[in-house]
Design a protein around this ligand. Sequence first.
Ligand SMILES: *[C@@H]1O[C@H](CO)[C@@H](O)[C@H](O)[C@H]1NC(C)=O
Ligand SMILES: *[C@@H]1O[C@H](CO)[C@@H](O)[C@H](O)[C@H]1NC(C)=O
Ligand SMILES: *[C@@H]1O[C@H](CO)[C@@H](O)[C@H](O)[C@H]1NC(C)=O
Length: 326
Amino acid sequence: MASSFFKSRPVQIASAIGSLVGLGCILKDSMQGKHFDNSVTAKGKVVLITGANTGIGKETAKELAFRGAKVYMACRDQEKCEEARKEIIEDTKNSNIHCEQCDLSSFESIRKFATNFKQKEQNLHILINNAGVMRCPHTLTKDGLEMQLGVNHMGHFLLTNLLLENLKKSSPSRIVVVSSIAHTRGDINVTDLNSEKSYDEGAAYNQSKLANILFSNELAKRLQSSGVTVNSLHPGIVDTELMRHMGIFKSYISSFFIKPFIWPFLKTARSGAQTSLFVALDPSLDNRTGKYFADCEAKETSPQAQNEDLGRWLWAVSEKWTKLTS
Ligand SMILES: *[C@@H]1O[C@H](CO)[C@@H](O)[C@H](O)[C@H]1NC(C)=O
Ligand SMILES: *[C@@H]1O[C@H](CO)[C@@H](O)[C@H](O)[C@H]1NC(C)=O
Ligand SMILES: *[C@@H]1O[C@H](CO)[C@@H](O)[C@H](O)[C@H]1NC(C)=O
């Protein structure tokens, strides 16, 4: 009796599914990467994180709050920000967490945010440029820039430059730029940076992530011996809302069928936050600048990302387009 029970179809199928789920869990566990395990405190530090209401940004904010930092969450959607703020305060018992309105797709909003922030705070010890848009359909920012270049690079370029005074005053301080391994597949299109003649959502995303590293490296040079370090990183392939723009997740049906197969290979948002935390806090990085990290260690970037001429070119265009100097 027992043997025919185990041979029955439904039981075999159930057992096969069980094994697959188990395998998936083991695989997922092994895909989470290194965790930041230094217990360094963040007490007395003023931290600003963009896009802190969700995904990696929220997990980064939460850990910094847990370690005692005063955390500013710069977000576009104040309702979602407030929800995340409440959750962070509840989880960490640190009530020194603040929501500030900042829409990175609007230079006016960024300028307003910076003015407002500087009225409240003289200091800024850690700036984490975390917010990002991924593979969205062709849209423009308020200032007419292609959305991914506009938010991921130009918005953060302006924000960072407007906050440099505070960062210098608070040195040793750190700027953390969340880029991606996608930069290795990116090109800076010098003849059509703003994707006006043609648009490919993947190419524009990869370009914006390469721009992040070129910006990080160029700024690191400019801030040499100022006590402000600038480093970029790849957080890992993370299962967060960023993915909502990716083609295969567009329809609920395909998401339902495909997601289980790629789920084991995705990091959780908490795992994705580890390299941001490492670059923001680890004492061994006190004097390291202009570097790129993944899985809590220094990694090589693509050769393009090391192209200093390209970095200078992008800086000059960014200065002009954001009207930084006028
Ligand atoms: C963008 O980068 C990803 C890898 O991160 C690659 O799969 C994709 O083909 C790239 N897109 C383009 C248009 O180069
Ligand atoms: C740059 O943009 C032009 C015009 O949109 C396009 O024809 C060309 O293929 C792009 N070059 C790269 C390297 O993406
Ligand atoms: C960083 O530089 C300062 C000043 O030169 C030095 O005192 C400190 O030991 C250095 N820290 C590390 C981790 O190398």
